[in-house]
Design a protein around this ligand. Structure first.
Ligand SMILES: CC(=O)N[C@H]1[C@@H](OP(=O)(O)OP(=O)(O)OC[C@H]2O[C@@H](n3ccc(=O)[nH]c3=O)[C@H](O)[C@@H]2O)O[C@H](CO)[C@@H](O)[C@@H]1O[C@H](C)C(=O)N[C@@H](C)C(=O)N[C@H](CCC(=O)O)C(=O)O
Ligand SMILES: Nc1ncnc2c1ncn2[C@@H]1O[C@H](COP(=O)(O)OP(=O)(O)OP(=O)(O)O)[C@@H](O)[C@H]1O
Ligand SMILES: N[C@H](CCC[C@H](N)C(=O)O)C(=O)O
Ligand SMILES: [Mg+2]
Length: 494
């Protein structure tokens, strides 16, 4: 991490138990990256406590250690012996987030964050597209990296604070004035974005995912609620999908803190979707805002994309934009990479879509959303990821069986698990489905099934470009595989 001149521990809002105030050369959460003068944040991890690496960090020259009471108990003696400063915090992750914000010292002036089980990447991408259509220098940050007027790869949906603030400061230095970011439940739980100054925060929906990490629905909800209960400032605006029952709770949490709330929904709301008409290439939307009715064309497949687009529009309005100018951008919005993306079309006009549905609700939503656009049969390819929520697997299979006419089960990043065991769990929810260990073969068979008017949804990997098996990431791209399968079956391979 690049060093900044003469930043002391105290100037980052951190006070050492012994009153020391060293000048720091860098901030690190990983002991392997510590150098002379580093502040090493020894965090309580899910596998190991970072304090077990304090000895190594001190050997490498750490000038200060930030940790919690447990970490201090583990490492206080060696820190004292080395003459380093010890900062003990009840919430060390939040302290690190605030320190990282001060260290890098810059972010785009206008920022929003979106949380929810599904739709975060879609909404933040639409927010960025709207801002760019309005002539503003904007990016979105999340699962697909940093995209827009400036690009950079990211390893996490919500990066840890050091990467996050380094990225935001670089974006600001490159002239980016507007940024939309995803707030994942892991990111919120680990306080990764607590140092970001937000103008508005959005909520999409709440259904099952990530119970492997949060363990209960309550803990998963509380993590997401942190965006409105803690991260959004009191003068910020909460923009809430009010059709979701949990949206009502999120709105109440934000209101109780004095935040302004804008509601968006089909059943009502400040921005109210009143009608939607589908055709082969997209949809027409009718909605109301401020007592006026608007009708706009949206060139995207999938009814749920209208919910995402209106939430995005309301977030941009929440940041101060003129509503009419915002709504005028809707016809110019384009497909979010890997979300209901038309990947290929067969000679008989059957369409193949690639989508990132990797939760039971997303599989149901994506397939149900395709129905009005499809005259024939709907074929679905599903699989579930390894080392993730195991309870969602049969539910994903069941959602596919309920909403598609034909289901093919295959692999989706088995990671350290046995792929056949994961497929068996998915098949519990769709017992009649065909099973293919090889994802490319599943796609070829799925495409082969398509007659005129049929459509195929390849769910789960969206924009991803690899299949993770064990520690290996083998190149794999659903869009590319769909094109290859269509070309092969329609005799267009040269
Ligand atoms: C479960 C989880 O979120 N883990 C994240 C967490 O790791 P951890 O604290 O549990 O790590 P740990 O292995 O117990 O180690 C504890 C501490 O010791 C440190 N350490 C470890 C080894 C060493 O030699 N030296 C050292 O200092 C580690 O840096 C860490 O601070 O903090 C790390 C540093 O910030 C993250 O990289 C790591 O993300 C892991 C890789 C991960 O896969 N996270 C996923 C689940 C995640 O965050 N996903 C969400 C998206 C989810 C979604 O919405 O779909 C995301 O925002 O990307
Ligand atoms: N508003 C919505 N309601 C229900 N399902 C949705 C909605 N928006 C998107 N989806 C489904 O969820 C999938 C993932 O969408 P998106 O990537 O925008 O969500 P995300 O919240 O960013 O996911 P992740 O947690 O992986 O970052 C889409 O491909 C689609 O199948
Ligand atoms: N952010 C999600 C992405 C899941 C994508 C799916 N392809 C899988 O690997 O399960 C996760 O890490 O759980
Ligand atoms: Mg995402």
């Amino acid at each position: 991490m690049t060093s900044a001149p003469s930043i002391t521990l105290n100037s980052l809002g951190l006070m050492a138990a012994g009153g020391e105030n060293p000048t720091l050369s860098s901030l690190e959460v990983d002991s392997r990256r510590v150098k002379d003068g580093t502040l090493f944040a020894a965090m309580p991890g899910s596998v190991v406590h970072g304090a077990s690496f304090v000895g190594k960090a001190l050997e490498q020259g750490a000038a200060a250690i930030l940790t919690d009471a447990e970490g201090a108990e583990l490492a206080a003696d060696e820190i004292r012996a080395a003459g380093a400063a010890l900062v003990i915090s009840e919430q060390p992750r939040e302290a690190l987030a605030r320190a990282a914000a001060l260290w890098f010292g810059g972010q785009p002036q206008n920022m929003i964050a979106v949380t929810g089980t599904n739709g975060k990447t879609s909404v933040s991408t639409f927010v960025r597209q709207i801002w760019i259509e309005m002539g503003l220098a904007a990016v979105n940050l999340g699962t697909t990296g940093v995209e827009g007027a400036w690009t950079a790869p990211l390893a996490h949906t919500t990066p840890e604070p050091i990467t996050l603030h380094r990225t935001l400061a670089e974006a600001a230095k490159n002239g980016i004035t507007h940024a939309a970011m995803e707030a994942s439940s892991h990111g919120l739980d680990q306080r990764r974005l607590d140092g970001v100054v937000l103008q508005a925060a959005g909520f999409t929906n709440f259904t099952q995912d990530h119970l492997d990490y949060h363990e209960t629905f309550e803990a998963y909800f509380d993590a997401k609620a942190g965006l409105f209960a803690r991260v959004l400032p009191e003068d910020g605006v909460a923009v809430i999908n009010i059709d979701d029952p949990k949206g009502v709770d999120m709105a109440a949490i934000a209101k109780a803190r004095g935040c302004r709330v804008i509601t968006v929904g089909r059943d009502g709301g400040d921005l109210h979707l009143t009608a939607q008409r589908f055709d082969a290439t997209g949809q027409d939307l009718r909605f109301e805002w401020g007592g006026k009715t608007y009708q706009k064309r949206l060139e995207l497949i999938g009814g749920f994309q209208a919910d995402n687009v209106l939430l995005a529009a309301a977030l941009v309005i929440a940041c101060g934009a003129e509503p009419t100018e915002v709504f005028d951008t809707i016809p110019h919005l384009t497909t979010v990479r890997g979300r209901m993306q038309l990947a290929a079309t067969r000679d008989n006009s059957a369409a193949v879509f690639v989508d990132y549905a990797h939760t039971p609700d997303a599989v149901a939503t994506a397939l149900a959303a395709m129905r009005p656009h499809v005259m024939g049969r709907l074929v679905a390819i599903v699989g579930a990821g390894g080392d993730r929520d195991t309870a969602k697997r049969p539910l994903m299979g069941a959602a596919a069986a309920q909403h598609a006419d034909v289901v093919l089960v295959t692999d989706d990043n088995p990671r350290s698990e046995d792929p056949a065991t994961i497929r068996a769990a998915v098949l519990e929810g769709c017992p009649g489905a065909a099973e293919f260990g090889d994802r490319a073969e599943a796609i070829l068979r799925g495409v082969d099934l398509l007659g005129p008017g049929d459509a195929l949804l390849i769910a789960g990997k969206g924009h991803e470009t690899g299949q993770t098996i064990g520690d290996d990431v083998l190149p794999f791209d659903d869009v590319e595989q769909a094109s290859v399968a269509v070309a092969a079956l329609d005799g267009r391979l040269t």
